[in-house]
Design a protein around this ligand. Structure first.
Ligand code: BGC
Length: 261
């Protein structure tokens, strides 16, 4: 547990499901005020709000599309109206779909880039702008991926968005370090979330993924959330510009495990 997170306001985009939801619950357990941005009603964010409230913390759910400037501005405004601050911004909303690149429709390219990368930029800009105006030495966490480093055929739009996330994070880290605002990324590997549900429901596909993970299993959302809590806390006060891979070793060339190199 990280006492420095108690009473802090944490905004998380794409927190209706998956990693975002796990982070919302974890920040709630840290007694932070949690602002849950979600996209679709069927994600049922109210259930997460109730869980957080029943553990004694505070939470609200705010619908919005992170690729829309007005929605991101409204998200920050609602966080401030409800809890009086924005101390931690987690830009987590992301989408992906598999398609050979020669068939990738411009519409799909635009959808993935505008959610994953433009949405991340807008979240950073609005949260950092607020922090600067109010002299808050806050923390920004961008949800990147192992695919900011590992090329991923059939997911060129996704990989491009995450490659962009890497330099976006590092550039903003450098730009705002003098103001005490830390900007870091998390690079999850294969985690058991709805985005992967179809793939992991197929035993052959799941086996193929596990072969790429030296630690030998698909990660749990809570294992990513634990890293986000640390990175947002004062315990990470000297850490900025980092991508913290939470990937069971996936980025460490598993093809070269003993006997294979
Ligand atoms: C993707 C997952 C994928 C993982 C490892 C993540 O960024 O969202 O679908 O399983 O990378 O390839």
């Amino acid at each position: 547990m990280y006492p420095s997170l108690e009473g802090k306001t944490v905004v998380i985009t794409g927190a209706g499901t998956g990693l975002g939801k796990a982070m919302a619950l974890r920040f709630g357990a840290e007694k932070a005020n949690v602002v849950i941005n979600y996209f679709k009603e069927e994600e049922n964010p109210e259930e997460t709000v109730e869980k957080i409230e029943s553990s004694g913390a505070r939470a609200i759910a705010v619908q919005g599309d992170v690729s829309k400037e007005d929605d991101v501005k409204a998200l920050i405004r609602q966080a401030v109206d409800s809890f009086g601050s924005v101390d931690v911004m987690v830009n987590n909303a992301g989408v992906e779909n598999e398609v050979p690149s020669e068939d990738l429709a411009l519409e799909d390219w635009n959808r993935v880039i505008s959610t994953n990368l433009t949405g991340m930029f807008l979240g950073c800009r609005e949260a950092i702008g607020y922090m600067l105006d109010h002299n808050i030495k806050g923390s920004v966490i961008n949800m990147s991926s192992v695919h900011q480093q590992i090329p991923w055929p059939h997911f060129v739009h996704y990989a491009a968005s995450k490659g962009g996330a890497k330099l976006l994070t590092e550039t903003l880290a450098l730009e705002y370090a003098p103001k005490g605002i830390r900007v870091n990324a998390i690079g999850p590997g294969a985690i058991d979330t709805p985005i992967n549900a179809e793939k992991f429901a197929d035993p052959e596909l799941k086996k193929g993924v596990i072969e790429l993970i030296p630690i030998g299993y698909i990660g749990k959302p809570e294992e990513v959330a634990a890293c986000a809590a640390w990175l947002a806390s004062e315990e990470a006060s000297y850490v900025t510009g980092l991508t913290l891979y939470v990937d069971g070793g996936m980025t460490k060339y598993p093809g070269f495990q003993a006997g294979k190199g």
